[in-house]
Design a binder for this molecule. Structure first.
Ligand code: FAD
Ligand code: 2HG
Ligand code: ZN
Length: 486
């Protein structure tokens, strides 16, 4: 037990003083929770999966998992916990990449997956209303069948839940076209830490009555309230999608291609992603996939287009690709459209599975940053140089270049403190110098909270702490995460 605690302390960014055992759950508490959520809603054994994060770098010691089915049950559970001084971590799909969804110690895990009823989809407006425990992929299929798409798409769609997506303000692959959840979410229902239900379930796109409180819960990472219901605006599904993978020699070429495609294909562009050679290698070699092009190159761009007029879209794409070839900006390429759905999904998977592939190396140091495009890839090269005398295996750069969002990942066989201290805080200083963000989409959770000062001024952090106190004066929800401990 002590050994495990030591490992955890070494790996995470918290100081010793941040760790303490929270109020213990008693047998009477378990009986009381059983009366609220029923016997099937309480689990006290076999909790390893809920105590371990997706990256398998943090292990909590929760002894109790609760699975509510309704807002009323969440409300009663929260009110009870708050009274008793018990701590709670809300867990949806547990795909957090910053250890936000796992306990630090013995917090109760509030599992949202049973709250998965889809209430309605208004086919005139595209507004979907659902409980927050619905799986993203299930929602995508549900709205697809009715002529719509979800306004965002993530590699984790098979596991993550819409409540977790809102709580992390997830970005993903369609951001470039449909923007942030701050724009597409129209309403939320939230249970506050004292059990109060806050009904902000608007289905109106326009509403300027007072402060827009729902925005506070989008990106709050389980620290302000439990999101129990969501209304979200879904775009119309265009009839045809095409994905193209292009290979190229340099980052400079990538910027030129991005510029040209944005200008010439903007009405079709749904995503513009980049990956470097080592990122693609993590999928090809570590996941034993055939190379999508056969020939290797330094960089790859993956572009997704959608339209109702397939012929027009594909002829415009061919024209642009021919121009790029004649300008010697691309060396090779392939494309797939969703007439051949399996081939289409397979091609997209070379981008979506990079995180999974990298993890096969052993340990991934993950950095999810925003940077201006003129220095976007420079940091990958700087890091390679800085880490060349360490035991790291790969330094890779990939991500949502259309949103200035780089995923800088470093891998090694196992966690190595020297690698971590060579990366941090140097990387955060670099990001701050270029006025970027230390977390473009994954949030702060447990792994990045102490670095918030690199992206926000002290005045803003002080206000955030006051907001946390206002909503959660007893610090019931996700204690010691998101905001720095000092
Ligand atoms: P969890 O991981 O369970 O929880 C995340 C946080 O939200 C925790 O702090 C938790 O306490 C809180 N929370 C969960 N549910 C609620 C709720 N109902 N109410 C209040 N708080 C809640 N992120 C991106 O932005 N873009 C990507 O492209 C992307 N791709 C990914 C690909 C992979 C393979 C993986 C593993 C992760 C990826 N992520 C991405 C990161 C992750 O943030 C998202 O997967 C997702 O939004 C998390 O949802 P979840 O249901 O798993 O939430
Ligand atoms: C993605 O875009 C996810 O694939 C995961 O945000 C990024 O693994 C990462 O660092
Ligand atoms: Zn991402």
């Amino acid at each position: 037990m002590f050994g495990r605690l030591m490992t955890r302390l070494r790996e995470c960014s918290h100081s010793w003083s941040a760790y303490r055992r929270y109020t213990s759950v008693t047998a009477e508490d378990v009986t009381a929770f059983r009366a609220i959520v029923g016997p099937n809603g309480v689990q006290t054994d076999g909790l390893d999966a809920y105590n371990t994060d997706w990256l398998k770098t943090h292990t909590g010691h929760s002894e109790l998992v609760l699975r509510p089915k309704s807002t009323e049950e969440v409300s009663s559970v929260m009110s009870y916990m708050n009274e008793r001084g018990l701590k709670c971590v809300i867990q949806s799909g547990n795909t957090s990449l910053v250890a936000g969804s796992v306990p630090i110690d013995n917090e109760i895990v509030l599992l949202m997956g049973r709250m998965n009823a889809i209430e309605s989809l208004d086919t005139a407006s595209g507004i979907l209303v659902t409980q927050s425990g619905s799986v993203l992929q299930t929602l995508e299929e549900y709205v697809n069948e009715r002529g719509f798409i979800m306004p965002y798409d993530l590699g984790a769609k098979g596991s993550c839940l819409i409540g977790g997506n809102l709580a992390t303000n997830a970005g993903g692959l369609r951001f470039i076209r449909y923007g942030s959840l701050h724009g597409s979410v129209l309403g939320v229902e939230v249970v506050l830490p004292d059990g109060q239900v806050l009904d902000l379930m608007s289905q109106m796109r326009k509403d300027n009555t007072g402060y827009d409180l729902k925005q506070l819960f989008i990106g709050s990472e389980g620290t302000l309230g439990v999101i129990t219901k969501v209304s979200i605006l879904c775009p119309l599904k265009l009839k045809h999608q095409t994905v193209a993978l292009l290979s190229l020699k340099s980052y400079d070429h990538l910027l030129k291609i991005y510029d040209k495609i944005r200008r010439q294909l903007s009405e079709y562009l749904t995503s513009f992603e980049m990956m470097d050679a080592l990122s693609l290698e993590a999928v090809v070699k570590n996941l034993e996939q055939s190379h999508p092009l056969g020939s290797h190159n330094e960089f790859y761009a993956m572009i997704e287009l959608s339209a109702n007029d397939k012929d027009h879209m594909e002829s415009r794409l061919s024209q642009v690709i021919e121009e790029l070839m004649s300008e010697q900006l691309i060396s090779d390429g392939t494309y797939a459209n969703d007439d051949n759905h399996n081939r289409f999904l397979k091609l997209k998977s070379y981008r979506e599975r990079i995180a999974e592939g990298l993890l096969r190396d052993g340990y991934s140091y993950k950095y999810d940053i925003s940077l201006p495009l003129n220095v976007f890839y420079e940091i990958v090269e700087v890091m390679r140089e800085r880490l060349k005398d360490t035991d790291c295996l790969k330094v890779v750069g990939y991500g949502h270049i259309g949103d200035c969002n780089l995923h800088l990942n470093i891998t090694s066989k196992a966690f190595d403190k020297r690698i971590k201290t060579t990366i941090e805080p140097f990387l955060y200083e670099y990001v701050a110098k270029h006025k970027g963000s230390i977390s473009a989409e994954h949030g702060l959770g447990l792994m990045k909270n102490s670095y918030l000062k690199y992206s926000k001024p002290v005045e803003a952090i002080a206000l955030m702490k006051q907001i946390k106190k206002l909503f959660d004066p007893k610090n019931t929800l996700n204690p010691n995460k998101v905001l720095p401990n000092d």
